[in-house]
Design a protein around this ligand. Structure first.
Ligand SMILES: Cc1ncc(COP(=O)(O)O)c(C=O)c1O
Length: 380
């Protein structure tokens, strides 16, 4: 692979270890019970069009770093929604509506979660109201509307759209299907996470290799903690868990470092849009605080190049459509391998079987095409 030379310069921003690491299956499954996880798989695997997403072998990258296997779970192929989020919101809609056809569901979203809620409502013949801030692109809004949702645009940022959603939903008696938790609002976020855990059920059936390391992207921590709960439920051996975040929004890293929930003030939004969150959600934190081994942060540099290399099939025999939140998985592994001390401390060697989550495809097609042009320029 020509790209080896390019990788040599890739470095992380921060890398820390968790002083409170103490992985406990029981504690994790107290937060997200086995009954929730099992129900999510039973329900979602019965949906029309359900198929496990591919687990791709990044064989071209393995050789560079003397690792045994690198698996990439390709969520760009999740139903027609092109991200793992299809598993969460839509499942929560089904559970909360419980066969009632007369309810209206609502949510606030940066994009993919709202699409999942709208799709879930459409599948069941329910109405949906999706609140978005001015930061959400027109192409994402159109995409959500294509699932029959009414789009409600709100001035300000994501938090403002959430406030508006809560206010209007209370007034109109709409059921809020939110992926983040707040006081006395934990059931829906737990259902959403249970949906995400389906990825691990599938992986447990897609390979006989014991996974030794998982690199997990985090925004508010929902996906990462759901994957960890899936590991506690389905895996025989516990892998090392490394959380990855944009350096501008490293709220899991800051919270792990301080051993308590710590807000981060986002000064500049990262290109990794779904991961640009300043605060860990309450339910995920209960899982993440003791089960994460390490946290790593990185800049936006090289996201576009990685997206482009995925598209060209530079990491695997297959060409992969991976968006801005998929790239950091591969990048963080390369960054850890580039640093001898980190590589050694993580025990990354010829016996390692790595799992990366390719959490989204070209969910924002305009942005995706821009990244491909930029990546092609950079790789010239
Ligand atoms: C598209 C997308 N949105 C959001 C997230 C973050 O998920 P969460 O906010 O549950 O941590 C990711 C990946 O981490 C992602 O790929």
């Amino acid at each position: 692979m020509q790209s080896e030379k390019i990788f040599d310069t890739w470095t992380h921003n921060k890398f820390i270890s968790n002083p409170k690491y103490n992985f406990s299956r029981d504690e994790i499954l107290k937060v997200l019970p086995k009954t929730y996880i099992d129900d999510a798989y039973a329900v979602i695997s019965s949906w029309e069009g359900y198929k496990p997403t591919p687990l791709i072998d990044l064989n071209k990258l393995t050789k560079n770093y003397n690792l045994n296997k690198i698996f990439y779970k390709d969520e760009s192929r999740r139903f027609k929604l092109k991200s793992f989020k299809a598993l969460g919101g839509a499942y929560a809609v089904e559970k909360i509506s419980a066969g009632n056809k007369n309810i209206t569901v609502s949510t606030a979203t940066a994009g993919n979660h709202g699409k999942s809620v709208a799709w879930g409502a459409q599948r069941l013949g329910l109405k949906s109201k999706i609140f978005i801030s001015e930061n959400v692109s027109e192409s994402r809004a159109k995409d959500i509307a294509s699932f029959g949702a009414e789009i409600i645009k709100v001035k300000g940022n994501y938090d403002d759209s959430l406030k508006a959603c809560i206010n209007q939903s209370k007034k109109n008696n709409w059921e809020i299907i939110q992926d983040v938790a707040w006081q006395d609002y934990e059931l829906v976020p737990k259902l959403t996470m249970s949906g995400y855990s389906v990825m691990i059920k599938e992986i447990s059936e897609q390979t006989n290799h014991y996974i030794t390391h998982i690199f997990l992207q985090a925004g508010v921590g929902g996906m990462a903690s759901a994957v960890i709960a899936g590991v506690a439920r389905y895996f025989k051996r516990i892998p090392k868990i490394i959380i990855i975040e944009p350096q501008s929004a490293d709220c899991v890293l800051a919270s792990i470092l301080n051993s308590k929930l710590t807000k981060v003030d986002i000064k500049k939004e990262s290109i990794m849009g779904g991961m640009s969150c300043g605060e860990v959600s309450l339910v995920p934190w209960q899982i993440l605080k003791n089960s994460v081994n390490n946290c790593l942060s990185m800049s936006d540099d090289n996201i576009a190049s990685t997206v482009t290399m995925l598209a060209k099939g530079e990491f695997s025999d297959d060409k992969i459509i991976g968006g801005e939140c998929s790239a950091p998985g591969i990048m963080s592994l390369i960054m850890c391998c580039n640093n001898k001390k980190i590589k050694q401390s993580l025990g990354l060697n010829e016996k390692s079987n790595i799992l990366l989550i390719g959490c989204e495809g070209d969910t924002d097609t305009l942005l995706y095409n821009r990244m491909i042009s930029l990546g092609n320029e950079k790789l010239k």
